[in-house]
Structures are given as structure tokens and as C-alpha cells.
Design a protein around this ligand. Structure first.
Ligand SMILES: Cc1ncc(COP(=O)(O)O)c(C=O)c1O
Length: 482
């Protein structure tokens, strides 16, 4: 493996401080481009965060945020005292790609495809992934082959900008049954997952400088999408009843938007309680604000029925409900959906018509068949059972291996558990040690803006079969031993 000296300061002189892109994003993008284009080679060492921050005259946290993003996307790995290096696993992918793409255009593609491939083998404990081993691939491929064989002329023409109609109908039926939301398919838009929905929402509803409530701690990608749109973020603390709505009203009484995860707060796992749901809706109604309900994994509750969505209580049409297939099927689909308030249908239609004619028919048609033929409901039910088992097994294994070091908290639902660190350790440091051994552990504090909600590791159990739980807990122990 090549180990060169960290890059010198000369390359890092010109961050654009007046630009719209935040500084961490600019640093991230430069590294990403340098890696994809071969300027930085797999195995090559990056400057330490402290030294790069001082070269750039920026805060250490800014460089940390860029490095975290690069780690989470598989470009770089932290090797503890040995420093941070470009991921050696990219070598093969980059090499193969370079051989097969010789033109300038193809080299441009490389930047995207190589990293997608690099990111495709998840490390243990990786957040955000459903059980990849339990997906019914044979049913899926049967449905996909059938659709591919019977390509109709209709499917080859331009489609409704809101997306493939049969899928929107299937989603409307599913939401009525499973999430207590009654809506017609005309109000449903198919999106490129939650992230695609956020792009559409920010473009349609926000002007630069608009205040937006975000949960603190909360989903970093939601914050990034809002920041990229020039919104002014108002972090609202989360406690055991979910987002503290009263605190939000004090901090920013006339915010334009609030982005919340009411069924299963990301990442603390609590549910927004009924009084707060009602006061959030009442506040939005009073000041004409909108609420984005991110219902990313509401299907997975283990000891009780899934909670009805916030949208099901929305009498004054304030809530934009966003669902995703990333958790219930798989994130590589890049498929999600949004239920619009009546009053916003025209505004979204205009934006979709002009800018977002990107909804295809093929994948949505396979998903629609998967839903209408009953596979979807069966799959969700099976996964609920499987996750309950995997969750219990991992929690027991962690208790056994880390009884003295972790305080493992199980929430009512979700796809990860929280292991609070008992001995005043920094979660970021512990997570970095785990990452350098190929374990995709995340640190709770990375999800916070201001609200100190403790030091904990976020550990997904979805891809750890019961019989491997103890082995994985021991691997983690080896990786993070003092
Ligand atoms: C809070 C939250 N919302 C939404 C998503 C899903 O995003 P997407 O649909 O863009 O894959 C995730 C994925 O991890 C998440 O954690």
C-alpha cells in the first residue's frame, strides 16, 4: 500500500468564504474529486484534521465534519494513531474503472460509479440499511423480469410528473391501512427517496434565509439539504417526548417549516407524544408554517402496533408526509413518496413540470406489483419479526461483552440501538477506532448541533444474524479496547 506524505498547505489556500456551499462541503468535495480523479491514491495519507484546520484558518469541527462525511461514504478510513488515509478498498474499483473508461466523458462518470461500488459492501453495524440477506430477491427478480419482457408502449412515453400512477395508488391504499392517512393518489408524488423529497420541498417552499426548525439531535442529511437551500436552521432540542415544541416556539415563533421524525425520532428513537403533536399542528396553523413529517421507519415497532402518522391528525392541512422505500425495501432503489397538503398541489406541480421530469416507469412498476400482489405487506411483517429477534440478540450480546462499559437502551422501534458509554469516553473517538477496523459504528454526538444528549454509539442490528451477534460484539470489543 502506498503511503505518501500528507498533502501540503499549498493546495488548500482558496476556500470560497462568500460562496453558498458551506466550508465543510467545499473541503469534502475537494477530497472526493481528488480521490475520484486519482490525484489522491488509495492508501495515501491525508493531513490531520488539526493541521488542515490551521492551514485553512477554519474550525477543527469544520474539517471533522468533512472527514466524517468522507468516512461515511467510504472514501477514507481513520486508522487511529496511524492517521487518516484514502480507503485502500477503492484501489481495485478505481483501477478497473480506469481501464474501461478512456474518454473524458467516461472519466467524469467514474467519480460517481466508483464510489457507489465502494460503498456497496456495508460494514457491520451500518446504520440505515435493512436486512440485505432477507430481501425476497427471487420474487423481486420474477416481477422485474416480467415487467422488462412486457414493456408496453405506454410505459415508454412521457409520464405524469407526479410519478407512475399505479404505484401512487398502491401507496395511497397502503397509507390508509398502515399509517392511518387517508389521501387520494393525486396528492402523492414519487420522489428519489427522502433526500429527493427534501430537494423538491426546499425548492418549492423555501427562500434563502427562511427559518426552519430541525430536531437536535437529528438526521444530518436533512440539515444538509436545508443548509444547501440557504435556510437558516433553528435546532430544537429533543427529549424523551420528542421535539420540544414549546422551545421551538420560543426560539423561532415564525419559522416557515419544521422537519420532524414523530414516529421514531432519529436518532434517539423516542416518539413525539400526543400533546406535542397537537401543539406542533396548532402552531403551524397559527403562523401558516408547514411541517415535514419524515416517516422513514415508522413500520418497525416491536412491542406495540406502529403509531399512526402525525399526518393522520392534520385537520388544517399543514403536513407534508414523506415516506421512503429505503428501509422497508432497500436504499439502492432511491424511491420514496410525499403526500401533499391540498393547498400545495399546484405549486408542486409547477416545479415538477418545469424541473423534475425524472420519474421513470420501470422500477416504480416493479414496486407497484410488489405491493399490489401482497409481497410488500408480507415482507414488512417478516422484517418486523426478524428485526425484533436480531435486536434482542445484539442487545444481549452487547450486555454480555460490555456490561461494564455500555448502557444499552432499547427503544420501542427502529433499526438501531443506542449504547451509551458509561465511563466518560468520547463517542466520536470510540466510533473512529471501530471504523478503522471496518466496523461502521456511528457516534450519537455527530447527530447533535447544540443539544448535549450524551455520548453513545449508534449500532444497527438489521444485518447481524442472531447467531453472529456475539461474534460481532467481540469484534467490536477488540476494535475499541482501551
Ligand atoms: C431520519 C431518516 N430519514 C430518512 C432516511 C431515508 O433517506 P432516503 O429515503 O433518502 O434514503 C433515513 C435513512 O437513513 C433517515 O435516517
Amino acid at each position: 500500500m502506498k503511503r505518501r506524505h500528507p498533502r501540503t498547505a499549498r493546495q488548500w489556500t482558496s476556500l470560497d468564504r462568500q460562496g453558498r456551499a458551506p466550508l465543510y462541503r467545499q473541503i469534502y468535495e475537494r477530497f472526493r474529486n481528488a480521490i475520484a480523479s486519482g490525484i489522491l491514491q488509495p492508501g495515501e495519507r491525508l493531513p490531520s484534521a488539526r493541521s488542515l484546520a490551521s492551514q485553512l484558518a477554519t474550525a477543527r469541527g469544520t474539517v471533522d465534519a468533512a472527514y466524517d462525511l468522507l468516512v461515511s461514504e467510504g472514501y477514507i478510513v481513520c486508522r487511529g494513531a496511524a492517521g487518516t488515509i484514502v480507503s485502500p478498498t477503492l484501489a481495485d474499483v478505481l483501477h478497473q474503472r480506469r481501464q474501461s473508461f478512456q474518454t473524458a466523458d467516461a472519466r467524469k462518470n467514474l467519480r460517481n460509479t466508483s464510489v457507489a461500488a465502494a460503498g456497496s459492501s456495508p460494514g457491520s453495524f451500518q446504520m440505515g440499511l435493512p436486512a440485505l440477506d432477507a430481501f425476497p430477491r427471487s420474487v423481486w427478480s420474477r416481477l422485474a423480469v416480467k415487467r422488462a419482457r412486457n414493456l408496453s408502449s405506454d410505459a415508454m412515453t412521457y409520464q405524469n410528473p407526479f410519478g407512475y400512477e399505479p404505484l401512487r395508488e398502491a401507496i395511497a391504499s397502503y397509507l390508509a391501512l398502515a399509517r392511518g392517512i387517508s389521501c387520494s393518489s393525486e396528492k402523492i408524488i414519487i420522489t428519489a427517496g427522502f433526500q429527493g423529497a427534501m430537494g423538491l420541498i426546499t425548492r418549492t417552499l423555501l427562500a434563502p434565509g427562511d427559518e426552519v426548525w430541525v430536531e437536535d439531535p437529528g438526521y444530518p442529511h436533512a440539515r444538509r439539504a436545508l443548509t444547501a437551500a440557504g435556510a437558516s436552521l433553528v435546532p430544537v432540542p429533543v427529549d424523551s417526548q420528542g421535539m420540544d415544541v414549546a422551545a421551538g416556539i420560543v426560539k423561532s415563533p415564525r419559522a416557515r417549516l419544521a422537519v420532524v421524525t414523530p414516529s421514531h425520532q432519529a436518532p434517539l428513537g423516542v416518539a413525539l407524544d400526543l400533546p406535542r403533536r397537537l401543539s406542533l399542528l396548532a402552531w403551524a396553523d397559527k403562523v401558516d408554517a408547514r411541517i415535514v413529517e419524515d416517516d422513514y421507519d415508522g413500520e418497525f415497532r416491536y412491542n406495540s402496533k406502529p403509531l399512526p402518522a402525525l399526518k393522520s391528525l392534520d385537520r388544517s392541512d399543514r403536513v407534508l408526509y414523506v415516506g421512503t422505500f429505503s428501509k422497508v425495501l432497500f436504499p439502492g432503489l432511491r424511491l420514496g413518496y410525499m403526500v401533499l397538503p391540498d393547498s400545495l398541489v399546484d405549486a408542486f406541480e409547477r416545479v415538477l413540470d418545469t424541473l423534475y421530469r425524472d420519474s421513470s416507469t420501470f422500477i416504480p412498476s416493479v414496486v407497484a406489483d410488489f405491493m399490489t400482489e401482497g409481497h410488500f405487506a408480507r415482507h414488512v411483517k417478516r422484517m418486523r419479526q426478524l428485526y425484533a429477534e436480531r435486536r434482542a440478540a445484539l442487545a444481549a450480546a452487547l450486555d454480555e461483552v460490555f456490561a461494564d462499559r455500555f448502557d444499552v437502551k432499547l427503544q420501542a422501534g427502529g433499526m438501531h440501538l443506542l449504547a451509551y458509554l458509561r465511563h466518560h469516553e468520547r463517542d466520536v473517538t470510540v466510533a473512529q477506532r471501530a471504523n478503522s477496523h471496518g466496523l461502521a459504528v456511528s457516534a450519537l454526538s455527530r447527530w447533535s448541533v447544540k443539544n448535549d444528549c450524551g455520548q453513545a454509539l449508534l449500532l444497527s442490528f438489521t444485518n447481524i444474524p442472531e447467531e453472529l451477534a456475539l461474534r460481532e460484539a467481540k469484534r467490536l470489543e477488540q476494535a475499541i479496547k482501551y
